[in-house]
Design a protein around this ligand. Structure first.
Ligand code: CAA
Length: 420
């Protein structure tokens, strides 16, 4: 249990195109402030022909291996967290293993539970390393998804897509996980789902927000109790003050603000002079303190998510990437909290300590360049892409590093186009 395990390296991949949400709002005759302030979003990634969960995952993985100079022989496990895979049976991980030329002497599999699938992958990898079965090897964990709700739906502005690759090992340069101190909360509900054969998700939007908030409360309460017992947070005072930052699952950025307010309400439950229930405590929360705490503890994690939109399994890890990109210097040696939510639902609050050299390590991910290399499209182009049949192949616009190139004998084929 004492072994240090966590994230050694991280890189991201996003679709080549994005839509500005102000443009979408105007086209839908909605006040742009509803999307930019009300939902907290600026841009939405749009996956085009040739781009899918596999190409995004492979791009993020390739970028990690090359930017951090990782020898392939170090990798003994590849786990892909996704809820938008490309086949009911064949794992995205198998395609990625082939495209990256990873060793054969390794485990490969996908993990699925809505947006929690990436965290399931991270936990499986960290348990494998912590158990000693990894025998010094590392796991490549990739979270990759494309979020689609459909044109004109309430969920439309909360679409997006992207992938985050993480090398999980016993050299946690970026984040050493507090293993065994997670808080979890799960229940059987229908807040968000996607029936077999449907490309667009079904969602009970406002109910899904309430479900997420219930999950934050449940998972955080359990983490709090275990973290206090483990001595990670003081027995008196606000435990979240012992967390330098908190990264949340970000279906849209305003959700993180709501989640943070909920977390503070939970903390106040046990404080002297405050009533015991969350609902009653809510009425006495000091609004200004909550807003200041949000700006200091959460806002830096939202810079990247506000520019790619919802990425389902990858969303929490884009928030982590954003946080490290913005603040890694100040966070060296400090503990941060992370909250993962998967509709349906399951959730986990966990924590970790940022590495002393995390700032230099995250620089290698080149996050700013990845975002700047994208092309802005207009609403007509976005709608054209959205109405293309599934698995439309790229025409004259093949650009690297990987693209779906159609079916051969009913088998999906991909092409490597260029270096990352
Ligand atoms: N200026 C500023 N703010 C404005 C505004 C304006 N002109 N007009 C509206 N707003 C604000 C509203 O007050 C509201 O803010 P609050 O929630 O803080 O009150 C916000 O903008 C959104 O307005 P509505 O609630 O009226 O928006 P809506 O009903 O059209 O849809 C939504 C919002 C339900 C989130 C919808 O986008 C949706 O269904 N999204 C997909 C579901 C989702 O993301 N759920 C999150 C939890 S589930 C999860 O996390 C798993 C996952 O990844 C899917």
């Amino acid at each position: 249990m004492n072994q240090r395990v966590g994230i050694e390296a991280l890189s991201v991949a996003v679709p080549r195109r994005y839509l500005a949400l102000e443009d979408l709002a105007r086209a839908r005759t909605v006040d742009p402030a509803k999307f930019t302030v009300g939902l907290g979003l600026r841009e939405m990634a749009v996956a085009g022909p040739g781009e899918d969960t596999v190409t995004l995952a492979a791009t993020a993985g390739e970028r990690l291996l090359s930017a951090y100079g990782i020898e392939l022989s170090r990798i003994g496990m590849l786990v892909v967290g996704t809820e938008t895979g490309v086949d009911h049976s064949k794992a995205v991980a198998s395609y990625v293993q082939g495209l990256l030329g990873l060793p054969k002497s390794m485990r490969t599999f996908d993990t699925q539970h809505a947006c929690y699938g990436g965290t399931a992958a991270l936990m499986a990898a960290s348990d494998w390393i912590g158990s000693g079965h990894a025998d010094g090897r590392a796991a490549l964990v990739i979270c990759s998804d494309i979020a689609r709700y459909g044109i004109g739906t309430p969920g439309e502005p909360t679409q997006g897509g992207g992938a985050v690759a993480m090398l999980v090992s016993d050299r946690p340069e970026l984040l050493a996980l507090d293993r065994g101190v997670s808080g979890v909360y799960s229940t059987d509900i229908h807040d968000f789902w996607r029936p077999i054969g449907q490309r667009e998700a079904r969602v009970d939007g406002h109910y899904s927000i309430d479900c997420y908030l219930d999950a934050v409360a449940g998972a955080y309460r359990m983490w709090l109790e275990r973290a206090t017992r483990a001595g990670l947070v003081p027995a008196n005072g606000l435990a979240s003050d012992a967390l330098a930052r908190i990264a949340y699952h970000v279906p849209f950025c305003k959700m993180a603000r709501k989640a943070h307010a909920q977390l503070r309400r939970v903390e106040l439950e046990g404080q002297p002079g405050h009533p015991a229930s969350v609902d009653e405590a809510a009425s006495v929360v000091e609004e200004r303190a909550a807003a200041a705490s949000f700006e200091a503890q959460v806002a830096p994690s939202l810079l990247v998510p506000s520019r790619v939109g919802n990425t389902y399994t990858a969303s929490l890890y884009f928030a982590l990437a954003s946080l490290l990109h913005a603040d890694a210097n100040a966070l060296a040696g400090k503990r941060i909290g992370l909250f993962s939510y998967g509709s349906g639902c399951t959730s986990e609050f966990f924590s970790g300590v940022v590495g002393d050299h995390a700032s230099a390590a995250i620089e290698r991910a080149g996050i700013r360049d990845v975002l700047e290399q994208r092309q802005r499209i207009d609403v007509a182009q976005y709608e054209r892409i959205m109405t293309m049949p599934p698995d439309t192949q790229p025409m004259n616009e093949l650009r690297g590093p990987f693209a779906f190139r159609g079916f051969e004998d009913q088998r999906r084929r991909y092409r490597r186009l260029a270096a990352v």
